[in-house]
Design a protein around this ligand. Structure first.
Ligand code: AMP
Length: 178
């Protein structure tokens, strides 16, 4: 159980949990972070999708396949954070044996929405109307892949309502890392 996929709606805290777990020696691979970094450093392959992200849309699957492969290369202990959000991405993860365990963070959308609008990271896509678009993308493209993930990988669901520390404890428990 070393190839993890963290999944959940925007605002579910999966990134925060991935950062905490990374302290246990997992490489943290957040496709969102990788894309933001690439845009900041004017990477021409990614920069052209800047508007997709700014508007809360998903980037094309082929671009994500590439990002994932580059980042998992040579690694066998990592957390893919938000890196699988569509069926083709999930199928890709299966074909390439990139995931063995999925942790799905669940939260009610109103709470998630509030968390995102309250956080202050200066992200363009944390604006109210863009949050709504990101939720729609999640509902339409990511939620429908849950069954596929359940059928193909070890799958755990965690209630993302409690405190960061409580959720972290639960993650450690599931991964038998305590
Ligand atoms: P995040 O930081 O995880 O909230 O991701 C921010 C944005 O990056 C998303 O709204 C998408 O525009 C893009 N993105 C990140 N991961 C993916 C993915 N697996 N597939 C498509 N787009 C992604």
């Amino acid at each position: 159980m070393k190839k993890l996929l963290f999944l959940g709606m925007p605002g579910s805290g999966k990134g925060t949990q991935a950062k905490l777990l990374a302290e246990k020696g997992f490489k943290h691979i957040s496709t969102g972070d990788v894309i933001r970094e690439a845009i900041k450093s004017n990477n021409p392959e990614i920069e052209k999708y800047k508007e997709y992200m700014a508007q809360g849309g998903l980037l094309p699957d082929e671009v994500i396949f590439d990002l994932i492969e580059k980042n998992v290369s040579g690694e066998d202990k990592y957390i893919l954070d938000g890196a699988v959000r569509t069926l083709p991405q999930a199928q890709f993860a299966k074909e390439k044996s990139l995931v063995d365990t999925v942790i799905f963070f669940t939260l009610n959308p109103e709470v998630a929405h509030k968390r995102l609008s309250d956080r202050n990271e200066g992200r363009e896509d944390d604006r109210k109307e863009i949050i709504t678009k990101r939720f729609r993308e999640y509902e339409e493209k990511t939620k429908p892949i849950i069954n596929f993930l359940k059928e193909n990988f070890e799958f755990h669901e965690i209630d993302a309502n409690p405190t960061i520390e409580e959720i972290h404890k639960k993650v450690l428990e599931i991964l038998k890392l305590e």
